[in-house]
Design a protein around this ligand. Structure first.
Ligand code: IMP
Length: 442
């Protein structure tokens, strides 16, 4: 069992943090491979709550390796704040390793993100305004500043000049911003470098060594398949690839190292920001789901758009990721509904039915969800720990989802607590496989 990838199978916010946290208990390392602090995980441990944006959730286990891979874009200020907050709560952060090749979010990226959205006006994407898009744009334009540059003052200064120069025009309204002063910025980033130095490493080599030793590596995706810059609902997407395939490039390992791909989906759908969402609910039911599910962003606090589970999109995500198992989170939120709808196909503007996710944006933008009605269940699920504890309606719902997605359900979330999960046989088999490979008991 070399590596297992955990990815979002919807538009992000599926509850990957909790699942990664559960798997991390049995793993040796947790690794981030894309995105930045646009992501946010809330992990609940007893009475304590942890909100992490950049640091992999495995950090809460003493002695576990946590890696921020080269594919991640890092706002060093946010990373240092997160490290300080963890230290203040007596969490040992000594196991964190940061790729020297990861790109840095600079003050001008934040300004460009907001300016870009303002310019788009009504057409705006609804980004998290964390500078993610502009940072990845600089990476592709070969104007990026990398973590390793923090360790060399001369190079850092040269690179900042080169990166800022072409942006002068767009940054004109901000030119007097003290954060854009070359000296101030260089000095500040050099200090960040000193603070992070002990964690900077050749993480691709580290990963290779761990895999060679048969250690269990958990690769933690951020966002979700439908926000993928290549395969998602472009341009209403993030600027990276939240798909399992990106776990290789974003960490520097080969595809053969990956054995399992777990796709995480809520029992319904949510989306933050603009863009198509065929199964969206604009009525009271949508509001009920938002309230019951606490559907407000961890990163920006924005209310999330809500809708029925979209099986067309989920099937697409299963295909894009070669998903080996599905995790269904927040099933408890649907308790008490007489009937539950799921989207099983799309109806295009001209009446055509689409069972596969349409490749053309015009078709998608005009698609409406064709719904299949399933019986609901009344019981509270918070105490269920095995499949047989679940009411028949909930079990039928899961069977329907698994059959239409083509992946077995490995794990089910029935409440926010760490223990509020049900491991199915498929999920347990993965853990047993992992333990056997490492010759340690589960
Ligand atoms: P960006 O990643 O900040 O550029 O935002 C681009 C789009 O991705 C926007 O619609 C955001 O709301 C969405 N997005 C980015 N990160 C997340 C996330 O972690 N969860 C959900 N949506 C996200």
């Amino acid at each position: 069992m070399p590596a297992i990838v955990v990815v979002g199978a919807q538009w992000g916010d599926e509850g990957k943090g909790k699942i990664t946290d559960l798997l991390a208990e049995h793993g040796d390392a947790v690794v981030r491979f894309q995105g930045g602090n646009n992501a946010g995980h809330t992990i609940v441990r007893g009475d304590e709550e942890w909100k992490l944006h950049l640091i992999p959730s495995g950090i809460l286990y003493p002695g576990k390796r946590c890696v921020i891979g080269n594919g991640v874009v890092i706002d060093p200020r946010v990373l240092i704040d997160e490290l300080d907050a963890l230290r203040a709560r007596r969490v040992d952060v000594g196991g964190l390793r940061i790729s020297a090749n990861a790109h840095l979010i600079m003050p001008y990226h934040l300004l460009l993100d907001s300016a870009g959205e303002a310019k788009l006006g009504k057409l705006q994407i609804g980004t998290t305004r964390r500078g993610i898009g502009p940072c990845y744009a600089d990476k592709a334009a070969r104007l990026g500043i990398r973590v390793q540059d923090l360790l060399d003052e001369k190079i850092l200064k040269k690179k900042i000049v080169a990166a800022m120069e072409p942006k002068r025009l767009s940054l004109r309204p901000f030119e007097k911003d003290p954060a854009l002063d070359l000296r101030t910025m260089t000095e500040e980033y050099l200090i960040f470098g000193h603070r992070l130095e002990q964690h900077i490493a050749d993480t691709s080599k580290l990963m290779w060594e761990m895999l060679e030793n048969d250690e269990l590596v958990i690769l933690e995706g951020a966002q979700g398949a439908m926000l993928d810059i290549d395969h998602g609902t472009y341009p209403f997407v993030t600027s990276s690839n939240p798909l399992a395939g990106a776990a290789c490039v974003g960490t520097g390992i080969g595809p053969k190292a990956i054995e399992e791909v777990w796709g995480i989906s809520k029992a319904y759908t949510t989306r933050v920001g603009a863009g198509p969402f065929p199964s969206e609910l604009h009525d009271e039911m949508g509001e009920t789901i938002r309230e019951r599910g606490g559907e407000f962003g961890t990163t920006t606090g924005r209310p999330r758009r809500t809708g029925w589970l979209d099986l067309v999109a989920l099937r697409y995500a299963a295909r894009l990721n070669t998903m080996t198992a599905l995790v269904v989170t927040k099933l408890d939120v649907l308790s008490g509904l007489d009937r539950i709808n799921v989207c099983t196909s799309y109806r295009g503007a001209e009446g055509a039915e689409f069972e596969d996710f349409p490749y053309h944006q015009t078709v998608l933008h005009h698609s409406e969800a064709e719904l299949t009605e399933l019986p609901g269940w009344k019981e509270d699920l918070g105490e269920c720990r095995t499949l047989s504890d679940l009411p028949q309606g909930a079990r039928d719902y899961l069977d329907f989802v698994a059959e239409h997605t083509g992946a077995p359900v490995a794990l089910i979330g029935v409440g926010p607590g760490r223990e509020q999960v049900i491991w199915t046989e498929a999920g347990q088999q993965t853990l047993i496989g992992a333990a056997a490979a490492r010759s340690t008991p589960v």
